[in-house]
Design a protein. Structure first.
Length: 275
């Protein structure tokens, strides 16, 4: 299996499909690189090189017990990009992966980066507070951690419904979407599941977003039940110098996975890659 050996000796599994200008996909929580298979095929078929890794503690990467913070995630991404010697890269990140993308630019700059895509992403800040009333209350994150620790298998089955907005009338989310979510979530370490909640809840990415100096596409659904658009996508689009915001009406958190929205996103992504 293709793996990247990190500076601390741990390994990241990754897929590497196609050839041409590189597009690196960064998955959300609690998923892994398999969440991007539709997009990997789309970009590879269009003449690009699609790469998607499993975050540490997720999928087929080393099941570590620590290192679940965004500085570490960003440095892991940097190890992958530098070891593969990628340049002129478009970074595409979903949900928690958007924090990884933002912190990568904040720590490592854009010398190797051509453009960025933030999909249903968590920046600039998820946690509700006086300066972020649109955010998510701490009690919600506490309940998530409690659910994982109580019985994570059932918790992931329950969480998959809101993730894909499968509880909405007219939803096109399939049972396959829900099953695939559960399968990927169960491949995440239980410690990673809990520790990542603290990381994506409270990490502030305002300063990272101010360092973006590449074209950025921000895509968010207005029915995102996991990462509220008013606390994240709309604010990110205002903070990033050269950002374009696309709002998917009725779009769930799982835009890249749900039939209908995923085809629309693939088309928007390919159009953006031509910039």
């Amino acid at each position: 299996m293709p793996t990247c050996t990190l500076r601390d000796g741990n390994e990241l599994f990754y897929k590497d499909w196609g050839s041409g200008r590189p597009v690196v996909f960064i998955h959300g929580w609690p998923l892994n690189g398999d969440a991007w298979q539709d997009q990997l095929k789309a970009v590879a078929d269009a003449g690009y090189r699609g790469i998607a890794h499993d975050r540490r503690g997720h999928g087929r990467s080393t099941p570590v017990y620590d290192g679940y913070d965004f500085d570490t995630f960003a440095d892991d991404l940097n190890d992958l990009i530098t070891q593969l010697d990628l340049n002129d890269v478009t970074l595409v990140a979903h949900s928690m992966g958007g924090g990884e993308l933002a912190r990568y630019i904040g720590r490592h700059g854009t010398a190797r980066i051509r453009s960025a895509v933030l999909l249903s992403a968590i920046p600039p800040l998820m946690l509700q507070g006086p300066d972020n009333p649109e955010g998510v209350p701490q009690s919600v994150f506490d309940d998530i951690k409690a659910g994982i620790l109580k019985e994570r298998s059932q918790f992931w089955k329950d969480t998959a419904v809101g993730f894909h907005s499968a509880d909405r009338e007219g939803s096109k989310a399939t049972q396959g979407n829900l099953d695939a979510f559960w399968y990927m979530a169960m491949a995440e370490t239980i410690e990673g599941g809990v520790a990542c909640v603290d990381a994506f809840a409270a990490t502030d990415f305002h300063e990272d977003l101010k360092k973006f100096d590449v074209p950025t596409l921000v895509v968010h659904g207005d029915d995102d039940q996991v990462v509220p658009i008013d606390a994240t996508g709309r604010k990110s689009a205002k903070l990033i110098q050269d950002a374009t915001l696309k709002v998917y009406e009725g779009g769930s958190h799982g835009i890249a996975l749900v039939p209908g929205d995923k085809e629309k996103f693939n088309a928007d992504l390919l159009e953006f890659l031509q910039r």
